[in-house]
Design a protein around this ligand. Structure first.
Ligand code: ADP
Ligand code: MG
Length: 488
């Protein structure tokens, strides 16, 4: 047996909070889990007090349906909530209200792009609504519990085991995340736990006719970590099978400091949740009118936006894909286009995916947080227009203007003025300067005339130096070429 004889099999289970104003079954507010004081957004229902009765949050159902429709799901005619019984301190009632036999949605799919540019369809088995649990924090021998999250509407989206590599898992996760962001139901910030991925992983030998035992990796705090965890787990499983041992069913975690899989518990038998219909909630009928209403309200989704960027704006597929991957970036790009007249979409795309992304990387700011930086899309648009009109050159923008905009948020035109960065395009001045550069560097000019064309860049550099880097590069280059041609 060889490593190449094995195929990776992955099914993803995704938990996405639906960020409504109130919780799934009461009017208790939903708050930011990181910034809000622990247990500041709780009510008798979130705390599982006896005698409380749940009421379905219809807005949460609508959000869930929006996701389901965006994932091309079928919406069955009725929903039934069910109690999923288990005992854990983050679940004060002793059961979670979920859905079992009659979920909100079934049989959808997500199309993902593969490395070779082709598209692959990953089927979605089901999506059901449930309530989130509280959050446990382990501190030494104690555990602290925060019930702010208990009862927050949660949509669980389960994929078929059709994902074949960590690359495909990443593409699926990113596409799903961007759909949630476009719908405005979840901001996708995994560090806040509003979106959580669990990867079910197994491997299959080329002679196998059936799936082998799978494991489940939980607590993956970012898509990058999910990819690494899957890669490590696949290798672990192949090694076990190859050495004649068996993969045991287990729940795994990821230890970031060791960059390794941890085994949280082996489960010999499947979990026994004793699901039964929730007696305190009615069956929820989903009329076709309601589905049509929600469908009509769906905004433009990432795939449609990408296609529009390609067809109407003439952007390359690659650029369009990168721009729509984050809703915040797509919005930023469109705002620039709307505020800068007569600018090529490709020019804007180059600035955004090149210089702006470079800046975000260097400053370690996530792309989705672009709206929180000092550089507004309108100001960025002004800067692009200044370059396009020849007022400043691109090099000056990169080195001087962008850093100031980043730090201060000052207006691009104002920075150009106060810093004296306006480009020199005056043909006479440039002509004289280029002539001076030629006169002062006879050796280099001679090498050029002897056939070493590349040294033209050295003379160009001398001329630009004399202009303190502010010469319009195109004008300088043209003047230089003309003057050198005359010497030939
Ligand atoms: P459970 O109820 O135990 O969670 P499910 O049938 O709901 O089981 O499956 C959970 C997830 O596991 C799904 O995403 C599914 O695609 C995935 N899955 C099932 N079998 C395999 C397998 N052999 N390898 C990898 N993933 C699998
Ligand atoms: Mg499961």
């Amino acid at each position: 047996m060889a490593v190449s004889d094995w195929t990776t099999i992955i099914g993803l289970e995704v938990h996405a909070e639906m960020l409504t104003a109130s919780k799934m079954f009461s009017n208790c507010p939903v708050v930011d889990s990181v910034t809000a004081a622990p247990n500041s957004a709780v009510d008798p229902l979130s705390l599982g007090m006896p005698g409380t009765l749940p009421v379905i949050n219809m807005k949460a159902m609508e959000y869930g349906m929006m996701v389901a429709l965006a994932l091309n799901c079928e919406i069955p005619p009725f929903n039934q909530f069910a109690r999923k019984n288990y005992f854990y301190p983050d679940l004060p009632k002793g059961y979670q209200i979920s859905q079992y036999d009659h979920p909100l949605a079934i049989k959808g799919y997500i199309d993902i792009e593969l490395e070779d540019g082709s598209t692959k369809r990953i089927n979605v088995t089901r999506a059901h609504m449930e309530e989130d649990t509280g959050k446990l924090t382990h501190a030494g021998l104690s555990s602290l519990v925060d019930y702010n999250r208990a009862g927050v509407p949660l949509l669980e989206i389960v994929s078929e085991p059709e994902i074949r590599s960590s690359y495909e898992a990443e593409a699926y996760a990113r596409k799903l995340r961007s759909i949630l962001q476009f719908l405005g139901v979840n901001h996708g910030d995994m560090s806040k736990g509003v979106l959580r991925f669990e990867a079910n992983v197994s491997v299959m030998h080329k002679d196998d006719t059936e799936f082998r035992q799978r494991t489940e990796i939980k607590n993956l705090n970012s898509i990058r970590i999910m990819v690494r965890a899957i890669d490590v787990e696949v290798q672990r499983q192949i090694k076990l099978w190859e050495s004649g041992e068996a993969v045991k069913p287990a729940t795994l975690g990821w230890d970031e400091s060791a960059a390794n899989i941890t085994i949280q518990r082996y489960k010999e038998r499947p979990d026994e949740y004793r699901y039964f219909p929730e007696p305190d909630l009615p069956i929820l009928e989903v009329s076709r009118e309601w589905v049509a209403e929600v469908r009509a309200k769906l905004p433009e989704l990432p795939d449609a936006k990408k296609q529009r960027f390609v067809e109407q704006l003439g952007l390359p597929e690659y650029d369009a894909g990168v721009l729509v991957a984050e809703k915040a970036i797509a919005d930023y790009f469109e705002t620039i286009l709307a505020s800068a007249e007569n600018i090529q979409a490709k020019t804007v795309s180059n600035w955004v995916t090149g210089d702006l992304f470079g800046l975000l990387n260097a400053e370690k700011v996530e792309r989705e947080a672009i709206g929180e930086t000092n550089i507004s899309a309108e100001n960025f648009a002004k800067m692009i227009v200044l370059v396009d009109k020849g007022t400043v050159n691109a090099g000056t923008v990169r080195k001087k203007i962008l850093p100031i905009m980043w730090e201060t948020g000052k207006d691009a035109a104002q920075i150009v003025e106060t810093e004296g960065l306006a480009q020199i395009s005056d043909a006479n001045l440039i002509g004289d300067t280029v002539q001076a550069a030629i006169d002062e560097n006879p050796d280099i000019v001679q090498r050029y005339l002897d056939g070493n064309e590349k040294v033209i860049n050295a003379i160009f550099g001398k001329a630009m130096g004399k202009l303190r880097g502010k010469g319009d590069p195109a004008v300088v280059r043209q003047a230089l070429q003309e003057k050198l041609n005359a010497l030939k």
